[in-house]
Design a binder for this molecule. Structure first.
Ligand SMILES: NC(=O)c1ccc[n+]([C@@H]2O[C@H](COP(=O)([O-])OP(=O)(O)OC[C@H]3O[C@@H](n4cnc5c(N)ncnc54)[C@H](OP(=O)(O)O)[C@@H]3O)[C@@H](O)[C@H]2O)c1
Length: 262
């Protein structure tokens, strides 16, 4: 159990605060946001307390930073005096995309810091949150973090050098998956199925197929083979996708996200 603080309770901070509130590991939830009414509404929903940035930085034992990357340094400058005055242990968890551990150390000093990379489906408990920790973060810290975020979906430690490669799948992937669902539905609509049903059937199919792969550990190629009966209709669809270089296009999309430099 720990006193858990969030500075920045927008889309991502709010979603992770919801997961933390369900974890049973938050002794108290301290919620701070630039527009305080947002933190207040979330506090009412989750049974937490709306506080100032200073109070969150002063009292939290684990402090999530949920402001946009370009605002992070300015926000930290505002609570620097409070952080520097603390003599007890404080674990800081940054979700700012693109801000690596070296930058965070520069801004926060020598202290336990975790960088996390969540994705949009954390909002419905089906996300992936990758994390990388500096050497001051203990195994106990990691178990606490994993426990706090467990209700948001999968939580996995990954070395920092692989974060960009992985986020091409986890962070950008929801956009690719949404395009796939939309395209499947377009096909069914072209064949006469109403749009609403086409979209929900396609999304549920993707969810179920992903669940099957995760729960059984089956290789995707083997699942594909099991669906393709000899002389059947599925293999004709597979052939068409291969002709249009579907797999190469998806692979290249992930590589393109990796190669994009800011
Ligand atoms: N959304 C995603 O899919 C995603 C994925 C991975 C990582 N992230 C990371 O998550 C972080 C938040 O992104 P988001 O999409 O949740 O953005 P967001 O919805 O705009 O939330 C950011 C929140 O920070 C608040 N804020 C801004 N400056 C502040 C300050 N000085 N003190 C306290 N609160 C402040 C904003 O308050 P106002 O209400 O006043 O604007 C807003 O509620 C970013 O670092 C982003 O890189 C997001």
């Amino acid at each position: 159990m720990a006193i858990v603080g969030f500075i920045g309770t927008g889309n991502m901070g709010g979603a992770l605060a919801r997961a933390a509130s369900k974890s049973g590991l938050a002794e108290q939830l301290l919620l701070a946001n630039r527009s305080p009414e947002k933190a207040q509404r979330l506090a009412e929903e989750l049974g937490g307390v709306a506080v100032s940035n200073q109070e969150a930085a002063e009292r939290a034992q684990i402090l999530f930073l949920g402001v946009k990357p370009h605002l992070l340094k300015g926000m930290l400058d505002g609570v620097r005096h409070v952080l520097e005055a603390r003599e007890d242990r404080l674990l800081i968890v940054s979700m700012a995309a693109g801000k690596d551990l070296a930058t965070l150390r520069e801004w926060l000093g020598e202290r336990p810091i975790v960088r996390i990379m969540p994705n949009i489906p954390v909002a419905v408990g089906g996300g992936v949150t990758l994390y990388t920790a500096n050497p001051l973060v203990t195994e106990e810290d990691k178990r606490l973090l994993e426990g706090l975020l467990a209700r948001s979906g999968m939580v996995a430690e990954l070395e920092e050098s692989l974060m960009d490669a992985a986020s091409g799948v986890t962070g950008c992937g929801p956009a690719f998956a949404a395009m796939f669902v939309e395209a499947l539905a377009d096909g069914a609509v072209a064949c006469g199925l109403p749009r609403k049903q086409a979209l929900s059937y396609a999304a549920q199919m993707l969810l179920g197929s992903a669940k099957l792969l995760l729960e059984t550990g089956e290789h995707p190629g083997s699942l594909k083979d099991r669906v393709c009966s000899p002389g059947g209709s599925t293999i004709q669809g597979v052939r068409t996708l291969e002709e249009r270089a579907f797999r190469a296009a998806v692979t290249d999309a992930v590589i393109a996200t990796f190669e994009k430099k800011f």
